[in-house]
Design a protein around this ligand. Structure first.
Ligand SMILES: NC(=O)c1ccc[n+]([C@@H]2O[C@H](COP(=O)([O-])OP(=O)(O)OC[C@H]3O[C@@H](n4cnc5c(N)ncnc54)[C@H](OP(=O)(O)O)[C@@H]3O)[C@@H](O)[C@H]2O)c1
Length: 267
């Protein structure tokens, strides 16, 4: 039986809270939270999110940290100790992509992507689990991209396959410890994601068919929080994304490879 997690009076750490889905998690949790710790690199953007939440009772703290580094991840743990915050919810949301061929990607961006999407999520969870007050929640932001290999977004899709797999395993392993683990797999969502993923000299991603899948960040976040409340291990927000995920997961590999090759050839 899955654990349910109650959001009322939660003390949450939200990574990547300076924009997009992370800022939206902060907005939707603020009316009911006790404390929110907003983590990202851009101090001003974090403060702007915090200012927008000043009408609520919740205590909002901004922690500036580069989660793609060990030092940044340690900063978060030190920050929590310094401010005497014992969280009961960790939202691993910070993440980034890189549109284009693997061979022409820079080593730096590839490494940062792995550090942020995989290492930060894993090591923050590892460091925080012993400290999370029970009952606890961990919400990981994966992607629809986790369901299929994606040429020209290869490292990103593979990193999100890791996130989904890790989350599913943790949901089972941590349930007896009163920790609810959920994973949300959004489809294309209007945030700063594309701007960051686009290379300076590169093209945008192929957006064929994406209109049918796109839903606003508010709906993605509402569905993700509902999953945590219900103790659902993995959700695909939106009817289109949900259908696409079924299609991607059940299409025979041979056919999927053919389709992906055709799609790449068109560009
Ligand atoms: N938008 C989509 O289409 C989509 C679809 C599926 C999944 N997702 C996932 O949703 C999550 C949120 O992305 P988003 O769409 O909201 O994009 P976004 O608007 O670009 O937000 C990314 C957040 O991550 C933070 N971040 C980036 N690098 C960081 C670092 N090194 N250290 C700390 N924080 C860092 C950014 O803040 P700073 O720049 O201030 O550090 C920002 O707050 C990601 O995991 C993404 O993979 C997005």
């Amino acid at each position: 039986m899955a654990n349910r997690f109650h959001l009322e009076k939660c003390r949450a750490v939200i990574t990547g809270a300076s924009s997009g889905l992370g800022a939206e998690f902060a907005r939707q949790l603020a009316p009911q939270a006790d404390t929110l710790v907003l983590v990202a690199r851009r101090a001003e953007a974090l403060e702007a999110v915090k200012d927008g939440l000043s009408i609520f009772q919740a205590k909002i703290l901004c922690c500036v940290a580069d989660l793609a580094t060990d030092a940044g991840r340690n900063t978060v743990m030190t920050f929590l100790a310094m401010h005497d915050v014992t969280p009961n919810l960790l939202i691993n949301n910070a993440g980034m992509g890189d549109y284009g061929r693997f061979t022409s990607s820079t080593a730096d961006k590839t490494r940062t992507q792995i550090e942020l999407n995989i290492t930060a999520l894993t090591m923050l969870t590892h460091a925080m689990l012993p400290k999370l007050a029970r009952p606890a929640g961990v919400l990981n932001v994966s992607s629809l991209a986790s369901t299929l290999p994606m040429p020209e977004l290869a490292v990103y899709a593979a990193s999100k396959a890791y996130v989904t797999s890790f989350s599913e395993a943790m949901a089972i392993e941590l349930a007896p410890q009163n920790v609810t683990v959920s994973c949300v797999c959004p489809g294309p969502t209007p945030t700063n994601f594309s701007k960051t993923a686009k290379r300076d000299d590169g093209s945008d991603t192929n957006r064929d068919g994406q209109t049918l899948l796109r839903i606003p960040p508010s709906q993605v976040v509402a569905r993700a929080l509902l999953a945590l409340k219900r103790g659902e291990a993995c959700v695909f927000p939106g009817m289109g994304v949900s259908l696409a995920s079924c299609l991607f997961r059940h299409t025979p590999k041979k056919i999927m490879r053919w389709l992906l090759r055709r799609r790449l050839g068109k560009e």
